[in-house]
Structure formats: structure tokens, C-alpha cells
Ligand binder design. Sequence first.
Ligand code: ZN
Length: 260
Amino acid sequence: MKHKISVLAIWFLLDQFSAAVPQGHATPIPETKPLFDLNGIGFVEGVDVPSAKPQPEKAVPKQKNQQTAISENSCIIPNAEFEELEPVSGAIREGQLNDIACGISDPVRLESVSAVGHKIEFSSPVTVSCKFAKVVAEWLREDVLPLALNNLETSVSVIQSGPGYQCRRRNNLPDGKLSEHALGKALDISHFKLGNGTIISVEDDWGKRTKESKFLDRIHAAACKRFTTVLGPEADPNHKSHIHLDTGCHGQDCTYIICQ
Ligand SMILES: [Zn+2]
């Protein structure tokens, strides 16, 4: 296993302790908390609403012996800290739709991505499919971090996002197609905390004549080369507070890109 399977309680990460990783037994799922206080604002539209203090998920980490047994199929995400989970389906948080059509066969809880000596942490780990996590990690490593270093002269240290997996339909409607969030193939990002402490808000900084706004434009454009759906504040009012990224299939051969 090349990646670092982290079974650290997340508050160890948040407090920036380093500690020995307990191995070889099932680990209780830690309760998580945001790395920086957004005064409970975060997401305000009615679609992707993580609680200010995320609820613990009913997603179960794989035990070490199970990881060994399926090592041929294990998830590999270079330079990332993540935890492989048992397959999930239906609701894993209170308030979610409990539809068996929702689920991820290869879920991971992605905690951070590192490149060129910089670590980008998620304010709370995100639960997504292994394949989707790889795309997110590549975008962060190869686009987001270099764009920040080159244009803002600082790194990106924390990403405030939704939880990733959510069993629900598109736009939280009672009927209609399942959201890509329900398949672990989507993520919503609302804020970027930079290495110098600055917080860039999608809602507040989008569309302005500032370097922060230009940064958001650039990472949005870069995302359109990696994801099949990228929806920012110009897409519709549902996305005024965040950038939605997913790898859903559009068109008959899944090559159509929605970049708004
Ligand atoms: Zn979304």
C-alpha cells in the first residue's frame, strides 16, 4: 500500500499533532469539526447544506485484514491521506434520503492532499468514490495549488466543502434523478483558506476585480478540464455559494462537459 491509511482521530489532524497510527483493529469513527469558523454560514443555498458541525457518518472503515485481502483492488491516490471505507448505500447521515439506489462501492474518506511541500486539508474529510477522489486530488495538486502559488504567492491550506456523498435527488427535490452526490461522484467547495490565512469565499469573492476572484476563475476553468460538470455562481442561484464538481455522464458517450 503506497498511500498512508490514516486511522487517526481527525482532531489529531486538526490540532496538527503527529502521532503514531494505531493499526490492526476497527477504529471508532471520529466526530469531525471545521478547521476554521465560518460563523455557521458556509453553504446557504438549499441544495448542499452541510451542518456547521458535521454529523458523524454511519460509514465504516475497513479493517486491516480486509484491506490486505483485497489489496489488488485497493484505492491508490498518490500524496493523499485517506481512509478506505466499506461500501456505503442509502443514508449515512441523518436527514438524507434512504434510497438503495444511492451508494458507493469503493468509498474513501479523503482528508488531505500534498504537493511540493504543501498540504491541503479538507475542513472535514469528504466521503467520495476512490475514482472521484483521484480526480479531486489531481486537480488540487496540479491546478489549485500551483495557481495559488503562482498568482497569490501563497499555498492553499484548507478547503471548506460539503460532505461529498449525500443520498438525495438533484437540487434536493423530492422527485427526479439522483444527484451525483448520491453516487459519491460529486463535491461542493465553498471556501479556500490560504497559507497566509486569507479565506477566499466563492460567494463573496466571485466576479470581482481582485486577485482572489481571478484565482476562482482560474481554478474553475481548470476544473472543466478534469470534471464533466462544473457549476459555479454563474450557473444558477443554487450555486451562488459554492463550486459543484462532478464526474457524471452527459451525452450518449459521456464526453459532454457542463462548465458554467
Ligand atoms: Zn453539488
